[in-house]
Design a protein around this ligand. Structure first.
Ligand code: AMP
Length: 413
């Protein structure tokens, strides 16, 4: 199947050709016709599947065809809500690339920087607004953003919105748009609360699920190292010195972990950049730019900060900490081996993370090969002891911990 089979108009086909997309991806094949039929959709697809073009292309086509409507000042006709600044910028760039042979204008707004330039652009008028929820609601309260003419609303990465505590903001935004709009909801996974949200805001939606087959199709070589927690830094250094070369993305679960690893690697002569939720917008953009331009070859990030970011030509991903959610593992390793390039995913597993390996392997439906030949093997006895003490840990303690972690909900990434 080619893009022209999807009934896309020439200005879009031309832009697609310039992007050197030859055939539509699975999510594009399924989603583009449904959106062109003006149906609501709920799409379960992860980053890397081509999901941005899956909503951006038909959305542009619908707006392009509707342009005979009264001329005059541009009003916001499509709104894309995105959880993070980086993702919003990336979506905005995609829209600009796909719309370059149309007269449709896109702008991106997000918090963490002055709102003045954003207000200037909005005042001149745009057709498509890509926004993070906080800044959008701020500017709406100031009457700078008017959502009364929105024809299409896209909610991207709905499950991440939920994780980041934005779900009520999303509901408020949805209610500010007209009732008869078309709504497109995208989410990597569909947890219960996203399903509930979909049930309240979507009208007879087409459900589209794109299996994680992109993972199997990609050439990602995965390897697992069992290692005591205290030796992970040494193993990481050992791998960087002897094994892993090129552009490397290292994942840590918390921002504290990111900072700690940055210090150690810097002390050992590595040039690294970091991404986490506590960094200013400017610092995050600079870090990303340096990494993308090969000025540094190692980027250390938390899942939330790195989610959705499109980094091409990544040679390796290192899971310094194993994620407790299996889908996160899939997201992480999906950063490498893109577009037919082969990639490597290295995971370090300490005794207390063994259970995660089991659930990850269930999800990806294969065993991750274990590398036993390294200087810091996990003593099998220690493995058993840690495992046992975890199992006998008191429930009481668990309960207390979860309350505390609830309080700190937005502080660890
Ligand atoms: P996304 O899942 O939207 O983050 O897209 C992942 C990457 O795939 C981006 O770099 C897109 O530019 C690229 N892409 C999207 N659609 C296609 C396609 N049909 N063929 C090749 N690359 C694509």
């Amino acid at each position: 199947m080619s893009f022209s089979n999807l009934q896309l108009i020439d200005p879009l086909l031309k832009a697609i050709e310039e992007q050197q997309y030859h055939v539509p991806t699975e999510v594009q094949k399924q989603t583009i016709p449904a959106i062109l039929e003006q149906r609501d959709v709920i799409v379960s697809a992860q980053t890397g599947t081509g999901k941005t073009a899956a909503f951006a292309l038909p959305l542009l086509q619908l707006l392009f065809k509707n342009q005979d409507a009264p001329k005059g000042a541009k009003t916001i006709k499509a709104l894309v809500v995105s959880p993070t600044r980086e993702l919003a910028l990336q979506i905005g760039n995609n829209f600009k690339a796909y719309a370059r042979h149309t007269n449709l204008r896109t702008t991106v707004i997000f918090g963490g920087i002055s709102d003045k330039p954003q207000i200037d652009v909005l005042t001149k008028g745009v057709d498509i607004l890509v926004a993070t929820p906080g800044r959008l609601i701020d500017l709406q309260k100031q009457d700078i953003v008017n959502l009364e003419n929105v024809e299409i609303l896209v909610i991207d990465e709905a499950d991440l919105m939920l994780d980041m505590g934005f779900i009520d903001d999303v509901k408020t935004i949805e209610q500010s748009c007209p009732n008869n709009k078309q709504t497109l909801l995208f989410s990597a996974t569909i947890p219960f609360k996203v399903e509930q949200l979909a049930n309240t805001i979507l009208k007879n939606p087409k459900r589209i699920e794109v299996a994680n087959t992109s993972l199997a199709a990609k050439t990602i070589n995965q390897v697992l190292y069992y290692v005591p927690k205290r030796n992970k830094m040494e193993l990481c250094l050992h791998l960087l010195r002897n094994e892993i070369k090129g552009s490397i993305l290292i994942f840590r679960r918390t921002k504290f972990g990111v900072d700690k690893l940055e210090k150690t690697l810097t002390k050992n002569g590595y040039n690294v950049e970091t991404l986490h939720g506590d960094k200013s917008q400017t610092d995050r953009q600079t870090a990303l730019k340096k990494f993308k331009n090969n000025m540094v070859n190692i980027l250390i990030a938390t899942d939330v900060a790195a989610r959705g970011i499109d980094i091409d030509d990544l040679d390796a991903v290192i899971n310094f900490d194993l994620p407790n959610i299996s889908e996160t593992y899939v997201h992480r390793i999906g950063r490498t081996g893109r577009a037919g390039n082969s990639g490597m995913a290295y995971s370090m597993c300490s005794a207390d993370e063994k259970a995660y390996v089991k659930t990850i392997q269930q999800l990806i439906q294969k065993e991750i090969p274990v590398e036993e030949n390294h200087p810091y093997p996990l003593d099998p006895q220690a493995k058993a002891i840690v495992h046992k003490s975890k199992q006998t840990g008191s429930k009481h303690k668990k309960g207390r911990k979860s309350k505390a972690s609830k309080k700190k909900k937005r502080r660890w990434y």
